[in-house]
Structures are given as structure tokens and as C-alpha cells.
Design a protein around this ligand. Structure first.
Ligand SMILES: CC(C)=CCC/C(C)=C/CC/C(C)=C/CC/C(C)=C/COP(=O)(O)OP(=O)(O)O
Ligand SMILES: O=P(O)(O)OC[C@@H](O)CO
Ligand SMILES: [Mg+2]
Length: 254
């Protein structure tokens, strides 16, 4: 079983380095500025591309992945909404189990359907405990998955959920307020999760300013994910990359 990408997450964490993942939703790709996004991501040394969506309606997913692979060495991880989104051109798959919910299809059903396909493909599989956190409004992911998110003000529920995921052998925790969330995950909740598990913690949903990125990093996120904000304003990519870089420089000196 391959562990190249998982090792990258673990090595960064061991070195105390925070990472930045750019989420690319194939349905929202602006074809005119996509090559600029690729150039900027290279220039700013983005750590990962996550590609996916709760629903994918466009036909360009394959092309998006090919372009990312052709023009960069940045690892491309599939962030699948369901088993139909599997693609064998990616470097790895976030093999999500939706542990904040109680919908068996997203806890284990989609994974059973995908397992033989992934086994044949040889693509790296990263077992990920996926936790959706309430952001005040229903998000696409909570609607589509038909699950109740963890209440925003219940850090201990999030911490226990993450602990259970780690004890079950999951290798990453992904806390998500949902794409475009108006309210990001609270620092108290990120802290509680980070303190409760040793595995890397990915945080996303609604991070659309440098300040929000910094708050997530300070609270203990190992990787921050930004999608919507960059779709709306490409220059945010540079700003977030700079925030992560500065955070790492200051932290490594301390
Ligand atoms: C193991 C495999 C193959 C699939 C796992 C399937 C599971 C458990 C999915 C979890 C639930 C889910 C629907 C996740 C999708 C998360 C995602 C890629 C979100 C990106 O944002 P969108 O929800 O598309 O937001 P927009 O409304 O902004 O497009
Ligand atoms: O699009 P945004 O709000 O940045 O969220 C990123 C990702 O965590 C969504 O699943
Ligand atoms: Mg989407």
C-alpha cells in the first residue's frame, strides 16, 4: 500500500509546518483564468490540490486534473462526493468516511462501492475522518449527505468524534464548515480536536481572508483548505500562501 502522500502530511506535521491546499471544484473552474491559477499555485508553492465537489455536473473534471498534472508537481488529491467521482489520474484519494453523520451510505456504503475500483487502480488511498460542522446555514455537503452537522458551539462533540476516528485507524481528520460557509469553524473547536488526536487535522470551509486563515492555523489546523474565496478572487491564493509562509517562518524561529 502506497503512503507517499500520507507521509507528506505526517512529515509536515512532524516538522511543525503548516500546509495550504487549494480546492478546485470542477463545476466552478473559470476556464479563462485557470492557467493563471496554476501558475500562481506553482509560484506560491501550494502544498496540495484537492479536486472535487458534493455534486459534479460538468464534464471537465478529467481535463482539470490533466492540466494540474501536466503543469505542476503539486500533488492532486481527489476530494470525492461519492463513488462516481473516482478518477484514476489523481495522485491520491481522500477516502472520506463521514463520521460526524449517521448516514450509513456516507459512513461505509460509498467506500464499499469504491474499494475494489481503488484496489485495482493502485492509487494511494488516504483514510480520512470527515466531520461537517454547522456554520449557521445549510451547506451543499450537509444537504447532499443528508446528515446533521456537529453544532458550532460543541467542541467536545467534535473532539470525541475525531478521537473515535483516530481509534478506528483513520489517518487524517478533515473538519469542514462546508464550502462557502459564512461562519468558519471556531478556534475553540479546532483546538479541542487538535489536542485530542495525533493525526493531522485539515480545516476548511469559509476561509476567505488571511485573518481567518491565521486564526485556523493558530488554533491548531495542520492544513487549511481554501476554495470559494479563490474562485471569487484569485489574488486570495497569494495572500493565504503568504500567511502560511509567515506563520511557518515565525513558528520555526520560536
Ligand atoms: C470514498 C469515496 C469514493 C467517497 C466518499 C464519499 C463521502 C463519504 C463523502 C462525504 C460527503 C460529501 C458529499 C463530500 C463532498 C465534499 C466536497 C468535495 C465539498 C466541496 O464543496 P461543495 O459541497 O461542492 O460546495 P459548493 O456548493 O460550493 O460547490
Ligand atoms: O470553498 P471553501 O469555503 O473555501 O471550503 C473549502 C472546503 O473545505 C469545502 O469543502
Ligand atoms: Mg461543488
Amino acid at each position: 500500500m502506497q503512503r507517499n502522500l500520507l507521509n507528506k502530511f505526517y512529515e509536515l506535521k512532524a516538522q511543525g509546518k503548516k500546509a495550504f491546499a487549494v480546492l478546485i471544484d470542477p463545476d466552478k473552474v473559470n476556464e479563462d483564468s485557470f492557467s493563471h491559477l496554476i501558475d500562481l499555485s506553482k509560484q506560491e508553492s501550494v502544498d496540495f490540490f484537492f479536486v472535487g465537489g458534493s455534486l459534479i455536473t460538468s464534464h471537465i473534471m478529467e481535463e482539470v486534473i490533466s492540466q494540474l498534472k501536466k503543469h505542476t508537481d503539486i500533488p492532486v488529491l481527489l476530494f470525492p462526493g461519492n463513488s462516481l467521482h473516482l478518477n484514476n489520474k489523481v495522485d491520491g484519494v481522500l477516502f472520506l468516511s463521514l463520521i460526524s453523520g449517521r448516514n450509513p451510505d456516507y459512513l461505509i456504503g460509498q467506500q464499499i462501492i469504491s474499494a475494489p475500483i481503488l484496489k485495482r487502480s493502485g492509487i494511494e488511498v488516504l483514510a480520512t475522518g470527515y466531520m461537517i460542522v454547522d456554520s449557521g446555514q445549510q451547506t451543499t455537503v450537509s444537504y447532499i449527505s443528508n446528515t446533521t452537522p456537529i453544532p458550532h458551539d460543541k467542541p467536545s462533540v467534535a473532539a470525541c468524534t475525531a478521537m473515535a476516528g483516530e481509534m478506528l485507524g483513520l489517518k487524517l481528520i478533515y473538519m469542514d464548515a462546508g464550502s462557502g460557509a459564512k461562519k468558519t469553524i471556531s478556534q475553540a473547536m479546532i483546538k479541542a480536536v487538535q489536542k485530542s488526536v495525533d493525526i493531522p487535522v485539515i480545516v476548511g470551509g469559509g476561509i476567505n481572508t488571511s485573518q481567518k486563515a491565521k486564526e485556523a492555523l493558530q488554533a491548531g489546523a495542520d492544513v487549511i483548505v481554501v476554495g470559494n474565496g479563490i474562485e471569487e478572487r484569485l489574488s486570495l491564493l497569494k495572500e493565504i500562501a503568504e500567511t502560511v509562509r509567515v506563520y511557518n517562518e515565525v513558528n520555526l524561529l520560536a
